[in-house]
Ligand binder design. Sequence first.
Ligand code: APR
Length: 316
Amino acid sequence: MPYTRAPRRKVTVIGAGNVGATVAQRVVETGLADVVLLDIVPGLPQGKALDLAEAAPILGYDVSVTGTNDYADTAGSAVIVVTSGLARQPGMSRDDLLAKNAQIVGGVVEQAAKVSPDAVIVVVTNPLDAMCHVALKTSGFPPSRVIGMAGVLDSARFRTFVAMELGVSPANTSAFVLGGHGDTMVPVPSYCTVGGVPITQLLSQEQIERIVQRTRDGGAEIVALLKSGSAYYAPGAATGEMIDAILEDRQKILPCAAYLGGEYGVQGLFVGVPVRLGRQGVVEIVEVTLSDDERRQFDHSAAAVKELVEKLATLS
Ligand code: APR
């Protein structure tokens, strides 16, 4: 006898490209929520969603995954993940990309926020910190419900390199990376540990500096290897961890791009900081003590984000 089960909580993923499809895969494979995958290209989200649905009997999940080009299908989402955007094309300047992606993110957020007014928005599209501003402005949501995914990914890269250097389990490592998502990110070795032991006691200064640099170049390293396209497995996993913390109200402290209202001496900018994540989004911004040098790097990073946001205002 056919039976239509009651809908579960819903996660909408906008952009069914590499990152979006990987996020959808993470969410369904962990059984966290029903997923609606939306893209501007007809057939693309439908095809990827059907492919994911056909993996369910093997992997054993029973949440639903559907693809659409219509925002009406995303109504009532608990989380909206924004991955839609363009990659930088040959001949396209950074400013061109900034303007184009701002237009895309603004457009999708406007439509998605209207039908899911209580959602938490997780922004993934680059340039990340600037796109968070666009999402905040367009949605009209409180800043606590607009969060950027960067720090979890950057920290995971840092942890991976620490684990490789020491030959320990990556799961044994803990780290966070502050600041903007880009060249000015600030890995903070003094807060990085392996089994609770600070890495400053396990690695030489030279080793740490090498890992810090590789983390800063982490995205570019993958792009150079792939030749076309950019990373998506680790970005998908990082976004998945944030969605899990939000939906399950885990009150987990994770490094995310959050809107600062005076914390860390920064007013009105999205910058990567440790935040406590729960059902309402950012529950708390955790302020940690930084050394003078870390502080200088953080301020430099925040200034770079400010510059980008000001540039955005002149472009739009
Ligand atoms: N509405 C909906 N979807 C759109 C729109 C739009 N207005 N514009 C573009 N898209 C879709 C594209 O059709 C494409 O399927 O966004 C998707 C982007 O996917 P990819 O090109 O595969 O890019 P991806 O690797 O997934 O990266 C997405 O995440 O990590 C960041 O820097 C990365 O900004 C990039 C984003």
